[in-house]
Design a binder for this molecule. Structure first.
Ligand code: ADP
Ligand code: MG
Length: 169
């Protein structure tokens, strides 16, 4: 394919991504208090992303590629939920640092800035892409969400939601 920015990419994507069992270097566990991002439209697009503090990203996500991942996330003592995470370049730090932004697959009543977030990254979905339209971006993320939901049903992936890393009740 000539262009990486193709609004039709979802038609050729697989719903189950990643090996049958969680494979090294995953799971990668990372945690930190949710920080404010640039508010660059995540919420307006219906896809808010809870940003990890840069210290947590620097320490833990140094050796994995830029792109989109799936796994589990937990806010404070809440239930563990599926998530998709974007690891990208952070404009706030002149694109010299990386940013980790987690969209939790759940409809929350309220924002949770400042709350502790725990994240288990389990597999890589795809690299970052350039998009010709917001619609194409949203379409790709909606598909990432389906990939996360389907891929996390597999027993080895599902089991990690009960890990002692998370606050269990
Ligand atoms: P910012 O640029 O400040 O990260 P966003 O538009 O990405 O702004 O919104 C992120 C905020 O929205 C999160 O920090 C969190 O408080 C809230 N939020 C509400 N629902 C979700 C969700 N399902 N996933 C992630 N964050 C959410
Ligand atoms: Mg965000």
């Amino acid at each position: 394919m000539m262009s990486s920015s193709n609004s039709n990419t979802t038609t050729t994507r697989e719903l189950i991504v990643g090996p049958e069992a969680v494979t090294t270097p995953y799971p990668i566990f990372v945690e930190g208090d949710v920080v404010k991002g640039f508010g660059r439209g995540g919420k307006q697009l219906g896809i808010p992303t809870a940003n990890l503090p840069s210290s947590a990203v620097d320490q833990t996500l140094e050796n994995i590629p830029i792109g989109v991942y799936y796994g589990w996330a937990q806010i404070d003592q809440d239930v563990v939920r599926p998530m998709v995470m974007s690891l990208g370049w952070n404009p706030y730090f002149k694109n010299e640092k990386r940013s980790g932004e987690v969209h939790i697959i759940h409809s929350f009543e309220e924002d949770f800035y400042g709350k502790p977030m725990k994240v288990a990254i389990l597999a890589y979905i795809r690299p970052e892409r350039d998009y010709e339209s917001l619609d194409a971006l949203v379409e790709d993320i909606q598909f990432d969400i389906r990939v996360a939901q389907e891929s996390l049903k597999r027993s080895d992936y599902a089991a990690i939601s009960s890990s002692s890393f998370f606050n269990q009740h």
